[in-house]
Write a protein that binds this ligand. Sequence first.
Ligand code: FDA
Length: 367
Amino acid sequence: MYDYLIVGAGLFGSVFAYEAKKRGKKCLVIDKRDHIGGNIYTEKIEGINVHKYGAHIFHTNNERIWDYVNGFTKFNRYTNSPIANYKGELYNLPFNMNTFNTLWGVVSPDEAKAKIEQQKTVAGITEPKNLEEQAISLVGTDIYEKLIKGYTEKQWGRSARELPAFIIKRLPVRFTYDNNYFNDQYQGIPIGGYTTIIEKMLEGIEVKLNVDFFEQRQELESLANKVVYTGMIDQYFDYKFGVLEYRSLHFETKVIDDTTNYQGNAVINYTDKETPYTRIIEHKHFEFGTQDKTIITEEYPSEWKPGDEPYYPINDDKNNETYKKYKALAENEPKVIFGGRLATYKYYDMHQVIGSALVTVEKEFDQ
Ligand code: FDA
């Protein structure tokens, strides 16, 4: 008999398994995929660690979490400085003095602020009613038209005028010449890829891949005293209150033989409406790779339907209300712990998943 059956070998399930084992508990980890790591999985191809589920950059302000992940592997000094490509014009992100200088030729922060203020005034929006109005009221029309509109409309599959304003409550605008995307104190990429971290967490723990919890539910549940469930919460309850909606993505990865350096940066966003993908990732740049070849991945947003890979929860009122009902049921399942992005219907960065797994561990074992 196992103490815990852990459904999902992603970051949440793996942190929990590691901590439970440390406390002498016996765990069985299952995953329906053919690999561990969930969405942070990296696979070595041509000597390059490929981020199979999109670009993953670790960043946090929490020293305890930074020390925790560094206990599994060393991190490099990678700093995320994405570039926006709008019809061949290149701009630095997040919006900062480099962006404003390229866009308007302004040099001082006061000139940049004046330009944005002037555009906001001309637009005359007092109460933004949709994403377009919200963006213009925050950064003016030029940035909206070139760097936000097309990208956001591709991302969400609908017009920015039909999207709710709340999606962009704030926009990262910086009046310094600083291209570092994140404000966090700690940032980097694990040397050797993310899969190494998960391998270390799961060392000495029984893991079964290609096992879908719902295909052998009763049998699997009978193997353990408790279940840690990191799959979709609506599926756990047989969709009885309806399906929670997501936005999906698909990735096209290509090995490029005839150049060692395809785009000169790890992440380039394509912000026009016409280019069908939202970004191209060149994986070797996450680790300052010097391999003979290079590997790129185009990221295409797509509509989600049940059965597709769920990536971004659509946290609008309707879905949040439905989630609340599932959450209430989950709270009445004493032998099941629900955790991670799918079971809590929430977008989490990696440091947040680790933080929430460690809080769960403390509640389970130390209180
Ligand atoms: P995750 O989805 O990884 O794990 C759940 C596991 O459960 C999966 O392996 C799944 O197969 C398994 N499972 C589900 N149902 C099952 C069933 N019925 N039976 C068996 N197994 C089942 N974060 C960050 O900090 N920096 C970044 O740059 C990025 N970038 C990024 C890009 C993109 C495109 C996305 C979508 C996300 C990010 N993230 C990120 C977020 C990051 O991916 C996320 O925080 C973690 O992967 C979440 O880990 P979980 O364990 O919660 O879920």
